[in-house]
Design a protein around this ligand. Structure first.
Ligand code: ADP
Length: 176
């Protein structure tokens, strides 16, 4: 049974991938509300402006009844408190994620003792998948149809000047 707890799922989502969507869908089974919060990070130059990323996520999660999408800057724990959210939801793919995520969770705990970070292990089929991998494939003209929702794929192809997807999906994105 789903709890009444609100969880914040913060990230760059530049762009949202099937890996992110998998975490959101599974989070929706566990929590009363999942707020996907797009970080507006001035240190990175994103492919898509944060407003566009919010739209992409909203369109991709329209089938879920308990998802909200927003964007924010500042401390995640402050955003969580402002939205009465007790949980920060994060995904773990590989060991390198774990080191950074654990450090972030500990840091957030020092800032807000009542905010818990909950990790969901990436599903096997998406454990290699990141927004960076998607952008790298698209930059070199490959298909990302198997990695992101169709409308997001179209926007990515547009950004990189591709009219349509390449015909053969790249099977081993770790070996670019
Ligand atoms: P950030 O800039 O915070 O790393 P991302 O948008 O890349 O933001 O990721 C947000 C969260 O989603 C992070 O916890 C990340 O580990 C997780 N995540 C990213 N890709 C996947 C995936 N393929 N499967 C599961 N979790 C993922």
């Amino acid at each position: 049974m789903r709890s009444s707890v609100t969880a914040i799922y913060p990230g760059s989502f530049d762009p949202i991938t099937f890996g992110h969507l998998d975490i959101i869908e599974r989070g929706c089974q566990l929590f009363g509300t999942v707020i996907v919060a797009v970080v507006t990070n001035p240190n990175k130059t994103p492919l898509f402006p944060s407003e566009r990323r919010v739209e992409q996520i909203a369109n991709s999660t329209a089938h879920l009844g308990n998802v909200e999408v927003d964007r924010f800057d500042g401390l995640t724990v402050d955003y969580a408190k402002a939205h009465n959210a007790k949980v920060l939801l994060r995904g773990l793919r590989v060991l390198s994620d774990f080191e950074m995520e654990l450090q972030m969770a500990h840091t957030n705990k020092t800032l807000s003792a009542t905010t818990e970070t909950v990790f969901l292990a990436a599903s096997n089929e998406y454990s290699f998948l990141s927004s960076s991998v998607v952008k790298e494939i698209a930059r070199f003209g490959g298909s990302v149809d198997h990695l992101v929702p169709p409308s997001v794929a179209r926007e990515i192809y547009h950004c990189y000047g591709q009219a349509t997807a390449a015909s053969i999906p790249t099977k081993h994105p770790g070996n670019l």
